[in-house]
Design a protein around this ligand. Structure first.
Ligand code: PHE
Length: 341
């Protein structure tokens, strides 16, 4: 038995050393050290030994097992190191090879237009405000003089969150007028760009989500002439000197008088074409003198202060600027389209 153990030890040690890979080594480990392996087979014969012989032989068998286990461990580490070395050799990176240039993106055309608008207004002393898209109906409607029963409050026009119609996705950026009046005292000059939401079907000029830029000025002695002068100047800065605009009377509950501003169609120069639906003009914003009641509700004395406000559709503006015929292109985020700007 002693000889058997010595033979196993010698054979196994040399076999472990010459193993070529991890799988081969594992097969050898099972062959010698496994439950049905050679060492176990010898140990099963222990029963045949006398009681005096057993302890010494047991000790020897344990020594052999320990030696073999250690040898397997050493061989496994060597194989691992060799494998790593081979991988490092084959995976070396040639740092002199030309790299693949990452694709560079750029700003979305609508944000290019918005940045220009912001710059123009900041240059005229306006502050840029940001406000919530989830708004109180009180600010979106009541404080803007559109009380219960006003058609724009209807469930078919507005996204409400609750059954009693208190919280909603803002349908216009105009509640930012109220937020500005509540948080500062005149003179106030602000613009507030952002998303607005209405229950509209998607087509070439409509989307249930679109963007507006709100603007408001409140000071002593502010008149409709300031409104017209400022907005005409903004359009000339955006579209070039000599850009033709016109103001038409309109109605908004929170302005009096109210108007809409059109810019002459860029496609046909005012003659009438599909882009302007034959009108020669494109409606670009709603505006007006802030209703005295709106000032009053914000605690601003309409006998002392007056103001004007406007709200323009940002998509329409970008469409005009970049000659985009379909509103949907702005939101589809097709790289082939966006890359052109
Ligand atoms: N909020 C109006 C709209 O969405 C636009 C507007 C803003 C009109 C400010 C007048 C003053 O149509």
């Amino acid at each position: 038995m002693k000889e058997q153990l010595a033979k196993i030890r010698a054979e196994a040690l040399s076999a472990f050393e010459s193993a070529m890979d991890a799988a081969g080594l594992d097969a050898l480990r099972i062959k010698y050290l496994g439950k049905k392996g050679e060492l176990t087979a010898v140990l099963k014969q222990m029963g045949k030994l006398t009681a005096e012989e057993r302890p010494a032989m047991g000790q020897l068998a344990n020594d052999v097992r320990a030696a073999l286990e250690q040898a397997v461990g050493t061989a496994a580490r060597k194989l691992e190191e060799a494998a790593l070395e081979r991988r490092l050799q084959t995976e070396t990176v040639d740092v002199t090879m030309p790299g693949a240039a990452p694709r560079q993106g750029h700003r979305h055309p609508m944000y290019i237009a918005l940045d220009q608008i912001k710059e123009i207004f900041i240059g005229m002393g306006f502050e840029v405000l940001d406000g919530p898209e989830i708004e109180l109906a009180e600010l979106n409607f009541d404080r803007l003089n559109a009380e219960e029963g006003h058609p724009s409050r209807d469930w078919s026009d507005t996204f409400y969150f609750d059954a009693d119609s208190r919280v909603m996705l803002r349908s216009q950026t105009s509640p930012m007028q109220v937020r500005a009046m509540d948080s500062r005292r005149p003179p106030i000059r602000i613009i507030a760009p952002g998303r607005v939401f209405r229950k509209d079907e998607v087509d070439a000029t409509h989307s249930p989500m679109f963007h507006q830029v709100e603007g408001m000025v409140i000071d002593k002695g502010v008149t409709m002439a300031d409104l017209k002068g400022t907005l005409s100047l903004v359009m000339e800065k955006l579209y070039g000197e000599g850009t033709v605009t016109r103001f038409r009377p309109h109605h908004f509950p929170f302005t009096e008088p109210s108007c809409e501003m059109d810019v002459q169609c860029h496609k046909c120069g005012g003659v009438g074409c599909p882009t302007c639906k034959g009108e020669g003009w494109i409606e670009i914003l709603g505006a007006g003198m802030i209703h005295p009641r709106v000032l009053e509700m914000a605690g601003i004395d309409p006998e002392v202060y007056s103001g004007w406000a406007f709200g323009m559709g940002l998509e329409r503006l970008a469409m005009r600027q970049f000659k985009i015929a379909d509103l949907r292109l702005i939101f589809e985020n097709d790289i082939r389209f966006l890359e052109q700007f």
